[in-house]
Design a protein around this ligand. Structure first.
Ligand code: PLP
Length: 231
């Protein structure tokens, strides 16, 4: 068994155990394999082990990789998620080449993604990135400003608003890790009560995925635990 397929199996087991402990259905948690900095052969290795959804942060690297994987393995049907910061002059390529975007934090970017989503593709799935730890340096919309952004995105014709994404600051232990994830879930619940339907919570990475699953994550974004350390 290849290292990547062994790692994938271990992460899937971690997710299953966390779901069981939280009395959740394991099928409600999707593993997004974050392949940034790793080449097309790593993606193919993961895909051959059954992985379908891949996350990328850097646009040019992602476009090259998507193209290389298609050329090498036209038989693979993969789902690509953009999870990195978005510059407004890069929205067209994101709208054309991805299935999901997790890092929308401004209405202007959402408007461009909707305008530029090709008519031949289904609506682009969107998560709004929330700055849940209120760090100066971190990206994301402030929790108090999510509702108007969510309403605006929900009204755009070529986007499908799915949920919220967050990257909390690292925490020392499991209980500490759960707190910001709980706030994300409560924020999503309050949006739903305000009439904005959401069905996705993109939260949890290699170091805190169990805490995220315990608090309701439906997508965990895992890089290191699958592909190894990035250099
Ligand atoms: C890199 C990255 C991940 C994966 O992080 P790991 O700690 O390697 O699992 C998840 N989400 C985002 C937004 C990232 O940039």
């Amino acid at each position: 068994m290849s290292p990547i397929s062994r790692n994938l199996q271990a992460v899937q087991q971690q997710i299953a155990a966390a779901a069981l402990k939280a009395s959740r259905d394991v099928h409600d948690v999707t593993l997004l394999a974050v392949s940034k900095t790793f080449g097309p052969e790593a993606v193919i290795e993961a895909a051959d082990a059954g992985q379908r959804a891949f996350g990328e942060n850097y646009l040019q690297e992602a476009l090259d990789k998507i193209d290389a994987v298609r050329r090498l393995r036209p038989d693979l049907v993969l789902e690509w998620h953009f999870i990195g910061p978005i510059q407004s002059n890069k929205t067209r390529q994101i709208a054309e080449h991805f299935d999901w975007v997790h890092s929308v934090e401004r209405e202007k970017i959402a408007q461009r993604l909707s305008d530029q989503r090709p008519a031949s593709l289904p609506p682009l799935n969107i998560c709004l990135q929330v700055n849940i730890s209120a760090e100066e340096s971190k990206s994301g919309v402030a929790p108090g400003e999510v509702l108007p952004l969510a309403r605006a995105v929900a009204g755009l014709p070529r986007l499908r608003l799915r949920g919220l994404m967050a990257i909390p600051e690292p925490a020392a232990d499991y209980e500490q890790q759960r707190l910001p994830f709980r706030r994300v879930r409560e924020l999503a619940d309050s949006l739903i009560r305000d009439g904005v339907p959401l069905d996705a919570l993109s939260m949890g990475m290699s170091a805190d995925l169990e805490a995220a699953v315990a608090e309701g994550a439906t997508i965990v974004r895992v890089g290191t635990a699958i592909f190894g350390k990035r250099t």
